[in-house]
Design a binder for this molecule. Sequence first.
Ligand code: 5RP
Length: 219
Amino acid sequence: MIDDDKQAAAVAAVAEVRDGMLVGLGTGSTAAFAIRALGERVAAGLDVRAVVTSEASGMLARQVGIAVLDFADIAQVDLTIDGADEIDARCFAVKGAGGAMLREKIVAASSARMVVIADGSKRVGRIGAAKLPVELLPFARAYVMRVLSDLGAAPVIRPNYRTDQDNLVADCRFPALEDPHALAAVLAAIPGVLGHGLFLDEVDAAYIASKGVVTRLER
Ligand code: 5RP
């Protein structure tokens, strides 16, 4: 069962949380398992505070009794736990199917350690098959779409969707992802692009569960 594996990976990552930590909470169905698992530890006496990467994760975290701080006031997070759409042995990840990659990238960058949690279907030899989401300013829509098309990204604006920042997402499919760092730099340099789902230097470790067995990758 995929949900059992998501939960097993989440519980393994949440075991890294210690008293006094400030924890970054990711977004998506796997991150939701981590939020619930952390809520159980808080109910059992663990003393932590959290920041969240989406409105949805904030709502769930508060529901399960986790103290949530405004990330605008936070410069350094101890440990962030988040899901991914793809993760490879280099701990390179593609994220953003849930549309939260911009906040996720910022919270990850502020974190002393970031761990990805996933069921085995997300583990790949090399990232590149999943859609790569790009967040863009609505004002820049036509221009950014032209530049992404010229890059061969075959971008499609996610229908009826706005991010928590009220921006658009273009889901991209690049024919090949031979040099992810070079692509990340190109995307980041496009005026009007606010973020993208390539996580190349942020992820320190990953817990990946398949058929109940959790494997840890460390970068
Ligand atoms: C949201 C994300 C998610 O972490 C990613 O899409 C994985 O989600 P799920 O655990 O539901 O498969 O990057 O922006």
